[in-house]
Design a binder for this molecule. Sequence first.
Ligand code: ATP
Ligand code: MN
Length: 479
Amino acid sequence: MFNKRTRIKELLKTEPTGQEVTVMGWVRTFRNNQFIALNDGSTNNNLQVVLELGKFEDELLKRITTSSSLKVTGNLVSSLGKGQKMDLNVTTIEILGDCDAEKYPLQPKRHSLEFLREIAHLRFRTNTFGSVFRIRHSLAFAIHKFFNDKGFVYMHTPIVTGSDAEGAGEMFRVSTLPFDNPPRNEDGSINFKEDFFGRPTNLTVSGQLEGELAATAFGEIYTFGPTFRAENSNTPRHLAEFWMIEPEMAFYDLEDNMNLAEEFIKYIIMYAMDNNREDLEFLAQRLADEEKQLPQDKRSEMGLIEKLEFVINNNFERITYTEAIDILRESNHNKKKKFQFPITGWGMDLQSEHERYLVEKHFRKPVILSNYPKEIKAFYMRQNDDGKTVAAMDILAPGIGEIVGGSQREERQDKLEQRMKEMHIPLQDMWWYLDTRRYGTVPHAGFGLGFERMVQFVTGMNNIRDVIAFPRTPGNAEF
Ligand code: ATP
Ligand code: MN
């Protein structure tokens, strides 16, 4: 058997008593022809591998370069050096893969995140990305655990969709028709009957509508999958391909929905705090170092870990859209005309600068905003009795802005159809959706959490491109 190895993370927890172990990994540094810092991706902490002077041939030593890969067997002993608890005294060493140090683009020094994005295939080998992606994994696992423990059913909603009604964003067309000479109808329009699916299809922007279909049978479901939006917004918070978690629950109203979302966010943060402490501490230090270069007033008030503890230990602020508009209108920020988009009054859509003002300056904690004007929200949101607002809720997080968007869904067939007509959504295309309101409709609610925004929040990474392995953004789909 080839792979009889111990992970470095596990080794570092054991007592070194001379026991024989085999490790495999990549060389981070090699000093004095004697000390290898070996990393195997299980932790940022390297294992110090010690070669006895004179015991190994020069030919072999020369091949131990940064990022060459090794299989090492030896004995684990207490370290004489100060930097580490244990050393691995080598008996045999095998080079699995050479690495030309002249050509290898990662040097043992600090690289900019922008540079690392250009070599995203190698950036996993840095401490920062090691930490980010181990935490990303943990959060994904915690999400499944949270819902599984609560008895939710995990639904896989389609990625290719024939519905374009959700309106959450611009869609990517899926087609096998030839670009240069597509089949056409008599009037010159493209004949999608000849396309692969016999109709126009797109990549999904959200699994919600299909999620609702399942919730009205299982009670509580969630989706966790990729979604696509052809939005031409080059921001640190938007991707063209991102992952979304969308729970959908029968017999929930807006308040139940908010309670679940708050509990959920706290749970997954707590999970990372309990299981990724070392990586969080590394990223907290990274962030603190980065912020030292900023002027005092631009630095965060709390460190990363303090911030996460604060979120876990405090209730989210809950206010209505109407209250938010009042706060924003009366703010000095608005009076001094510091918003790029001034507060024009009730009915306006909130820009991310407004959301961030509420969370970062006014309340200084996560905020759940509810009951938005129906004009700025989707057709499926439940109409409130005031005739002006819908039972929507967004959760805003410090440093990120919107992290969750959700609502109680309109379960009353007549109200739903009336709203769809007003918004020019073709009812006949949505026959399957409307069927749930025809056949045993129930009050229900749900929300969507952008996974990468959550990972950003937990890791403190400023740019969403640095929390997904291979970001897809306008003009960029390398790797
Ligand atoms: P925003 O106003 O920030 O563009 P949205 O209103 O379009 O968000 P929703 O349609 O409610 O967002 O989607 C649900 C969640 O998905 C959002 O709360 C956010 O966390 C995430 N999200 C939305 N668009 C993107 C994107 N382009 N990249 C990454 N995450 C996104
Ligand atoms: Mn959007």
